[in-house]
Design a protein around this ligand. Structure first.
Ligand SMILES: *[C@@H]1O[C@H](CO)[C@@H](O)[C@H](O)[C@H]1NC(C)=O
Length: 150
């Protein structure tokens, strides 16, 4: 194979891998998409989990997307979690999931998984707690770091 054909082949392969995603609300799986002929490769699965910790009676509306996937808009009741998982892109360090969120007239748009920032920091368990003072992310020591203010 010539070099450019090989690069093209890698691009096709990596786009197949990065388009695997499914999500759930409170553990109840809503959709499942798999396109994969390469499951024998070890690619870490990222487990995303975004929890409404805003307070009793406050609904969090959330809309998460990546370049390839639109997970749709969802209302989360207090203490409900929106979860999804995906396989990281094997060849190109560019996976990005971001979420637009709002509650009681307050809104923000946050990067919830960015390969360069998060592949070590929240490698497999990428959990977020959404609170009135901002968006907190679970660190590898089990504590919550404030990542974004509203
Ligand atoms: C999501 O995170 C919350 C803590 O913020 C936890 O209680 C819940 O069990 C997690 N859900 C899943 C499916 O891992």
């Amino acid at each position: 194979m010539s070099d450019y054909k090989f690069v093209f082949f890698l691009l096709i392969l990596s786009s197949l891998i990065s388009s695997q995603v499914s999500f759930a609300i409170n553990g109840k799986e809503e959709t499942q998409e798999t396109t994969n002929g390469v499951s024998y490769l070890h690619i870490p699965t990222r487990h995303m989990n975004i929890t409404n910790d805003l307070g009793e009676g406050i609904t969090l509306t959330i809309h998460c997307k990546s370049k390839d996937d639109d997970l749709g808009q969802h209302d989360l009741a207090f203490h409900s979690s929106f979860t999804w998982h995906f396989k990281a892109n094997l060849f190109i360090d560019n996976t990005l999931f971001y979420c637009y969120m709002f509650w009681n007239g307050v809104s923000g748009s946050f990067d919830v998984f960015r390969e360069g920032r998060d592949k070590g920091r929240c490698a497999e368990r990428c959990w977020w707690s959404i609170r009135t003072d901002g968006a907190f992310s679970l660190n590898t020591y089990g504590g919550w770091d404030l990542m974004y203010k509203w």
